[in-house]
Design a protein around this ligand. Sequence first.
Ligand code: DQA
Length: 147
Amino acid sequence: MSRLVYVLNGPNLNLLGTREPEIYGSETLATVERQCLALAGDLALELRFHQSNREYELIDWIHEARGTAAGIVINPAAFTHTSVAILDALAAFEGPVIEVHMSNVHRREEFRRHSFVSGRAEGVIVGCGTQGYLFGLQRIARLIERT
Ligand code: DQA
């Protein structure tokens, strides 16, 4: 049974720490990756952590996860609200998907309330800052125990 989990990050998340820190906080994506790796060790998960500003790269990683990974934690960032292509790629993935947003998207602009991805996700974590990624990994670990 695979213990491999993909953690995927969409556009502009490479700027985490300096981008709108009043909304997204001051931790960098490299720090989030380190925290995820540390927790993955505790949960006996193997991790592939990626970020891209390009939709097709995220889709390619989701395809790569098919048949090999146990689950996906994804923050599609702005693609959340626009991308049927990412939804379709996730629909072709067999395992659990957890969608993460650091900010509480329901407390922001109206257009952030709609997610194409949520209809495919087993769980959605919003407004918990970078801790949301850790909750996502814990949830995947629990879900794959049951399969
Ligand atoms: C985000 C929320 C999105 O609406 C936004 O486009 C992002 C980040 C979040 O983590 O809160 O880039 O996904």
